[in-house]
Design a protein around this ligand. Structure first.
Ligand SMILES: NC(=O)c1ccc[n+]([C@@H]2O[C@H](COP(=O)([O-])OP(=O)(O)OC[C@H]3O[C@@H](n4cnc5c(N)ncnc54)[C@H](OP(=O)(O)O)[C@@H]3O)[C@@H](O)[C@H]2O)c1
Length: 260
């Protein structure tokens, strides 16, 4: 029997960037807890097999096109989501990108791509959803951050700026929208192997280095994120807002050897 605090039956969750990677992990976990889903990708056809998987679980899955760098696309997606599903209870603001480069080599276009996608895109998707949540007096917004929301890493300057911004945005939106029954939190994953960072995981030396830095001695696995997203999306987190929850095996402790 599902604990009612974590039961999402009858609720609809919008997960952006659900064509692969962490977006699918979040979506699957929410569907497992009973939610119907709205899934987005820049190319709707890239959602076909995942929609079939969610439907096979007995949940509704509505695929929609969304480019978070395009204001018109965000507005169209929000209107289509509402028309297709009515009330949207949960938003997981997951769509994002990265360009790994030494800061000296970062271009104007690199900066704009990352900040426009990760920070501006997340804000305007949240705004569209919140406008629709306010009349219902209920909403759960989960912004995806990163361990770079709280830590600085060489090679990730614009990305870290975007993720630090997400943490700050989360706090501001929590304060703005709490009176409407909307909680806004940031789920900050540590290191998970996905398409975005595959080049790193192809290097065995780097993987050993990473494992050594993580207190639990392994990179993240999909199931490590499932409980956290359901928690932040459900009734169980109703008195928690504006917070950043790091799911990172402890790497954000600093994880520095201080003895020899
Ligand atoms: N992997 C990690 O270790 C890690 C750690 C912390 C945070 N994160 C964050 O978690 C999120 C998912 O990461 P991931 O590793 O799963 O990355 P991924 O495999 O590259 O997937 C990124 C997703 O974002 C979507 N997306 C990219 N640009 C978009 C745009 N302009 N408009 C709409 N959607 C867009 C992509 O959809 P389409 O290409 O189909 O449009 C894709 O579904 C990202 O925000 C990432 O920064 C990842």
């Amino acid at each position: 029997m599902t604990n009612p605090l974590f039961d999402l039956t009858g609720q609809t969750a919008l997960v952006t960037g659900a064509s692969r990677g962490l977006g699918q992990i979040f979506a699957r976990a929410l569907a497992n807890s009973g939610a119907d889903l709205i899934l987005t990708s820049r190319n709707r056809d890239d959602l076909t097999s995942f929609v079939a998987e969610i439907e096979a679980m007995g949940r509704k899955a509505t695929p929609l096109a969304l480019d978070v760098r395009d204001q018109g696309s965000i507005e169209r997606m929000a209107a289509e989501a509402e028309a297709a599903c009515g009330q949207i209870h949960i938003l997981v603001n997951n769509a994002g990108c990265n360009v790994r480069k030494p800061a000296l080599d970062v271009t104007w276009d690199d900066w704009n791509l990352i900040l426009d996608t990760n920070l501006r895109g997340s804000f305007f998707v949240a705004q569209q959803m919140a406008r629709r949540m306010v009349p219902h007096g209920y909403g759960r917004i989960v912004n995806v951050g990163s361990v770079t929301s709280v830590f600085g890493y060489a090679g990730l300057a614009p990305y870290g700026a975007s993720r630090g911004g997400i943490r700050q945005l989360t706090m501001s939106l929590a304060d703005d929208w709490g009176k409407h029954g909307i909680t806004v939190n940031c789920l900050a994953p540590g290191w998970f192997h996905t398409k975005q960072n595959t080049v790193l995981y192809q290097n065995e030396q780097w993987v050993e280095y990473l494992k050594d830095r993580i207190p639990v001695k392994r990179p993240g696995e999909p199931r490590d994120l499932e409980g956290a997203v359901v928690f932040l999306a459900s009734e169980s987190s109703r008195y928690i807002t504006g917070q950043t929850l790091l799911v990172d095996g402890g790497i954000s402790t600093g994880a520095m050897r201080a003895t020899v």
